[in-house]
Ligand binder design. Structure first.
Ligand code: PHE
Length: 345
C-alpha cells in the first residue's frame, strides 16, 4: 500500500514539474491554453489519478486526494499568473505598435437646441411666471377633441378652414393644439391657466410660410371674470419679453367656432418700425396669433357653467414667432435638418 502511495506522489511531482515547465515556455495565449488543457483537462494525468482515488483503500484516499488538490491548485494559480502576464505583454506590444497618445486632448462636436425649442422654452418660462401650467396632448387625435367639442359640429363649414389628414380608423393628425383645451376642461376644475405646445399637421401645399407640420402654443385661462383686456395684457407681456421692447398690438375680428368674440392679433412691425418693409408687406402690421374669449358652448361641452365662469384662449404660431425674431424667411428651414441653418442659433 505504502508503495502505491509513494508512486502516486512521485507521479504527481513529475506531473507538476513538467506542467510548470511547459506552461512557462508558452509564448502566447493559445499555447498556454493548450498546455493547460493537456495537463488539467479531462484526459490529463491528474484527472486519471483523481478517477483512480476511489479504488484506493479508505485510509489512503484522504491523503492522496488532498495531495491531488494541492498540486492542482499550484498549477492552476501558475496558469492564472502566466495568463495575466501575457495579457499585459500583449497590451504593451499593441500600444507600442499603434502608437496611442493617451493624454492627447480630444473633443466631440457639441449639439445645440433647435431654434423652435429655444423659443418654446422661453415662452413657457414667461407664462409660468404668470401662473400657467404646462399640459400635453396626443398628436393623433379624435374628431371629438379636435373638432366636435370645440363647437365644430359634423357639417360645420369652418371645418373646411383646416385641411385635415385623416387616418383609416377615423382619427386625425391634430390640426391645432386647441384640442388640449378640451382635455384641460376635462381634468381641471376652474379657475385654471394652461399652456400646451406641440406639433400640428395639415394637408397643405407648402411654400415659404406654409408647412404640413408646424408648431403651436395654446394658452387657455378660465376664471370668474375674464375679459379681452386680460387677453391683451398677457399677450403684450409675452411679446415685450420675447422681443425685449414695448410692442404695440391691435386686434382684428377673426372667426373660430370655439371663441366669441374671436380675433386676429397683429403686432406692429419691429423690423421697419412704421416705414414699411417686405416682412410686413408694407402694412407695418404682422399677423401673429389668433385668439378670443372661450365660446359659452365650448365651456358647456367641457362641463363648465358659462354663467359662473369665463375664459380666453389663444393659439400662438411658434414657427412664425421664431421667424420674426431671427429674420428667418422660409418656414421650411425648420424641418430641413440643414446644419448650416441650425448652427446659427
Ligand atoms: N386653433 C386655431 C387655429 O389653429 C387658433 C386659435 C386658438 C384661435 C385659440 C382662437 C383661440 O386655427
Amino acid at each position: 500500500m505504502k508503495e502505491k502511495e509513494a508512486s502516486t506522489r512521485e507521479k504527481l511531482k513529475r506531473w507538476s514539474h513538467e506542467a510548470s515547465k511547459e506552461l512557462k515556455e508558452a509564448k502566447d495565449h493559445s499555447q498556454l491554453d493548450d498546455t493547460y488543457k493537456s495537463y488539467l483537462g479531462k484526459k490529463g494525468l491528474l484527472s486519471e489519478i483523481s478517477k483512480g482515488l476511489k479504488n484506493l483503500p479508505i485510509e489512503e484516499r484522504r491523503d492522496t486526494g488532498q495531495m491531488v488538490g494541492e498540486y492542482r491548485n499550484q498549477i492552476e494559480s501558475l496558469y492564472q499568473d502566466l495568463s495575466a502576464r501575457l495579457t499585459q505583454k500583449d497590451l504593451e506590444k499593441r500600444l507600442q505598435k499603434e502608437n496611442y497618445d493617451l493624454l492627447r486632448p480630444f473633443s466631440l462636436p457639441i449639439g445645440r437646441l433647435h431654434p423652435l425649442t429655444i423659443m418654446q422654452r422661453e415662452v413657457e418660462d414667461i407664462f409660468s411666471t404668470m401662473g400657467f401650467e404646462m399640459m400635453d396632448g396626443p398628436e393623433l387625435e379624435t374628431d371629438e377633441y379636435n373638432f366636435e367639442r370645440l363647437n365644430f359640429s359634423k357639417d360645420h363649414p369652418a371645418r373646411d378652414m383646416q385641411d385635415t389628414i385623416w387616418t383609416e380608423d377615423g382619427r386625425l393628425l391634430r390640426t391645432h393644439t386647441s384640442a388640449v383645451q378640451v382635455r384641460a376642461m376635462e381634468i381641471k376644475k376652474p379657475p385654471f391657466r394652461i399652456l400646451a405646445h406641440g406639433r400640428c399637421f395639415r394637408y397643405e401645399e407648402t411654400d415659404s410660410s406654409h408647412e404640413t407640420t408646424f408648431h403651436q402654443i395654446e394658452g387657455m385661462m378660465v376664471d370668474r371674470v375674464v375679459s379681452v383686456a386680460h387677453l391683451i395684457y398677457v399677450m403684450k407681456i409675452l411679446l415685450s419679453r420675447i422681443f425685449d421692447k414695448e410692442v404695440k398690438v391691435r386686434l382684428r375680428p377673426g372667426y373660430f367656432p370655439f371663441v366669441e368674440p374671436g380675433f386676429e392679433l397683429d403686432m406692429f412691425c419691429l423690423l421697419c418700425a412704421g416705414k414699411g418693409c417686405s416682412t410686413c408687406r408694407h402694412s407695418c402690421w404682422i399677423e401673429l396669433l389668433p385668439c378670443g374669449l372661450v365660446h359659452p358652448q365650448v365651456l358647456r361641452l367641457g362641463g363648465i357653467s358659462p354663467n359662473e365662469w369665463s375664459g380666453f384662449a389663444f393659439g400662438l404660431g411658434l414657427d412664425r414667432l421664431v421667424m420674426m425674431r431671427y429674420g428667418v424667411e422660409d418656414i421650411r428651414r425648420f424641418l430641413s435638418g440643414n446644419l448650416r441653418f441650425l448652427n446659427q442659433f
